[in-house]
Design a protein around this ligand. Structure first.
Ligand code: ATP
Length: 245
């Protein structure tokens, strides 16, 4: 099966010398792919390059067989993403925010807005102004907007930030349901390993702007815990040897 996202040797160096280097991985239909790493390890930079919010110095991104640098619109047409902001218009209701977002997709069935509101459990609050929403509700509204067009790949930067435990569980269930039932693929970042373990089918471990290990969840968990595998990989990357974590 052709991957829907292919990232090859992607590198970016900011003026301060930080950034990411040589990032390569693939996401296939139905995958929930997690980028895991501590703050500053480069997760957001990778997601921004893939979604066209910042330019790579080198490397390539291919989405649904289209090179994202050369054919940005067809490449992104089946992608929904929330990277950097989950902003809504505060003076408009949740429903009206989605109605505005839906104008980008004239073909959408009328029932679609109510459907995505239901998915993110915002139906009871849909007529309230988004300005009164909690951070978690705003995140769910942004997710509803990203799902409007039935994307085949959804890119989410730290999706559970600001969610309470119930919200985090609901988000996880939604991701698992959409990937299992519709084959929707997800690319998400997180610095919480337990959360990644529950939802991801594949994980890329990041450290200091690079991938230190990448693979299927079973392979990475192995006989150890995911946490021990990550710590062991960090030690190897630092040249300290992988044993005795
Ligand atoms: N616009 C920028 N200009 C300069 N340096 C940047 C910029 N954006 C990110 N960086 C640096 O690049 C590195 C990777 O940052 P990035 O935000 O991609 O990491 P992250 O893993 O997403 O971290 P976080 O979870 O804190 O967002 C960090 O050292 C960060 O300070």
């Amino acid at each position: 099966m052709e991957p829907i996202l292919q990232v090859r040797q992607l590198s970016k160096r900011y003026r301060n010398g930080r950034g990411v280097r040589n990032i390569s991985f693939e996401v296939r239909r139905g995958d929930v792919y997690g980028l895991f790493g501590p703050n500053g390890s480069g997760k957001t930079t990778v997601l921004k390059m893939i979604s066209g919010l910042c330019k790579a110095d080198s490397g390539s991104v291919s989405l649904f067989g289209h090179d994202a640098a050369e054919q940005f619109e067809p490449a992104m047409s089946r992608v929904g993403c929330i990277v950097e902001t989950a902003d809504a218009y505060d003076y408009m209701s949740g429903y009206d925010n989605l109605k505005l977002a839906a104008r980008l997709y004239p073909e959408l069935p009328k029932t679609r807005i109510d459907e995505v509101l239901e998915w993110v459990r915002l139906t009871p609050y849909k007529r309230e102004k988004a300005g009164g929403y909690s951070l978690g509700m705003k995140q769910r509204l942004a997710l509803a907007a990203a799902l409007l067009n039935e994307p085949e790949l959804v890119i989410l930067d730290e999706p559970s930030n600001g969610l309470d435990i119930e919200g985090a569980v609901e988000l996880r269930e939604l991701i698992l349901r959409l990937s299992a039932q519709n084959g929707t693929a997800f690319l998400i970042s997180s610095h919480q390993l337990d959360e990644m373990e529950r939802v991801c089918s594949r994980i890329g471990f990041m450290y200091g702007g690079a991938f230190i290990r990448e693979g299927g969840i079973g392979e990475l968990t192995g006989e150890e815990s995911l946490e021990r595998t990550y710590l062991s990989e960090i030690r190897k990357a630092r040249g300290e040897g992988g044993a005795d974590v």
